[in-house]
Design a protein around this ligand. Structure first.
Ligand code: C6P
Length: 408
């Protein structure tokens, strides 16, 4: 079926609401979190109404249904990113926890003082701070790939830094501020040649375009359910089997063990080894429904829709006097446009836009080093998803003209 944005919008109940009487919602903050289609809401509701029970523990009917649904969702997620096995899908709370899991479990076991980790200047704080903590604890050296003025990674500098033989390279597949889509496949191949393993932050890629972990040959991939039409509280760490097998557990407790004796324990198999305690069961099932939903619409179709919208948004925003866009040109980026307006603070922009029902984010978007690189404290950011329309971008542009008028 051809992509029809108006039909897609009907699946998202919240998109029909007014922010206040007579003011329709224009939701341009999907990079922070996406809205949820009724298919996801209904899957979670059905779970709680019919099958709610703890998983992996009971033999009664509800426990078996809950376990089956939780594990089916894992299998769907594995298929979605082309993981060789569902066992390579570790449920976490979000991208942040997935990255911390690697930093704690893999990093603590396999890195020693003097080892290097290579990051980039465009990372979200959740792909910086876990490594800072680990570096402090283990005496590691951190290096950063610089950015070009047009918001790309400096790939020549990347190659040079790889010659210092980092043990781990961690970078984002797509920037949550610049929208830059990094050439992950080539970068991963180069890192492997230099002897490093690679963690890819897929928080902004997995929701927006097809991601195939086998084609990428990536070692770890982290992403969040709530940015891809799923609920909050559920995320994923994908890992290559030999790495997951070699890693010690992350948190200790129920479900992550095979046996516990007084004074000792035997860890469970991957992935349960990393899933201590009662997990987010309904949320995992909701994420499974989200994956089904995205697949049914088609990730290629979603990516094409966002490319078209982004090109249109950039074209419209470029004509606004005093507006400065960050990041690459259309065609080289995903559906995120961060900008500044001469003499007007981004928080004021967001506040005035909200008056017209337009939801954008303002601030450093948890990427403060990136903003420091461009010598600005903050930006306003509009972001698009499968349900965004051209008309909403027109409203954004009209809203920006109102902001300029107000601040004269
Ligand atoms: N970025 C944004 O408004 P969590 O919070 O764990 O689900 O995702 C963290 C994260 C990691 N990497 C990237 C590239 C991200 O964009 C995010 C989340 C949101 O930009 C919330 S700060």
């Amino acid at each position: 079926m051809p992509f029809d944005v108006l039909r897609v919008r009907q699946d998202f109940p919240v998109l029909g609401r007014e922010v206040r009487p007579g003011v329709a919602l224009v939701y341009l903050d999907s990079t922070a979190t996406s809205q949820k289609p009724r298919q996801v809401l209904e899957a979670m509701d059905a779970f709680y109404r019919r099958s709610n029970a703890n998983i992996h523990r009971g033999v009664h009917t509800l426990a078996e249904e809950a376990t089956a649904q939780y594990e089916e969702a894992r299998a769907r997620i594995a298929r979605f990113i082309h993981a060789p096995s569902p066992r390579q899908i570790v449920y976490t709370r979000n991208t942040t926890e997935a990255i911390n899991l690697v930093a704690y479990a893999w990093g603590r076991a396999f890195l020693k003082p003097g080892d290097r980790i290579l990051l980039t200047e465009m990372e979200h704080h959740s792909n910086l701070v876990p490594w800072y903590l680990l570096a402090q604890e283990r005496g590691l050296t951190l290096d950063f790939v610089p950015l070009t003025d047009d918001g790309h990674l400096d790939l020549e500098a990347y190659r040079q830094r790889l010659s210092d033989a980092p043990r781990l390279v961690a970078f984002t597949h797509m920037s949550n501020v610049l929208g830059t889509i990094n050439p992950a496949r080539e970068m991963i191949a180069q890192a492997h040649q230099a002897g490093a393993i690679v963690l890819l932050d897929g928080a902004q890629s997995v929701p927006h375009f097809p991601v195939n972990v086998q084609e990428l040959d990536v070692d770890f991939l982290a992403f969040s359910g709530h940015k891809m039409c799923g609920p909050t509280g559920i995320g994923v760490l994908y890992g290559k089997m030999h790495l997951l097998e070699a890693m010690p557990p992350f948190l200790g407790g129920g479900d992550m063990i095979k046996a516990v004796h007084l004074g000792s324990f035997v860890p469970n198999e991957v992935p349960y080894k990393f899933e201590a305690g009662t997990p987010a069961i309904a949320e995992a099932i909701g994420l499974g429904a989200a994956v089904d939903y995205l697949e049914q619409i088609g990730m290629e179709a979603i990516a094409a829709h966002e490319r078209e919208l982004t090109a249109y948004a950039l074209e419209r925003l470029e004509e606004v006097p005093g507006l400065h866009l960050l990041g690459p040109q259309a065609g080289e980026k995903g559906g995120v446009v961060a900008f500044t307006l001469d003499g007007i603070h981004p928080h004021d922009i967001a506040q005035v836009l909200d008056h017209y029902g337009i939801a954008v984010r303002a601030g450093h978007h948890c990427a403060q080093p990136l903003h420091e690189r461009f010598g600005i404290p903050a930006t306003a950011r509009a972001s698009f998803y499968l349900y965004t329309t051209r008309e909403e971008i027109d409203k954004l542009v009209e809203g920006i003209y109102q902001v300029k008028k107000l601040f004269g």
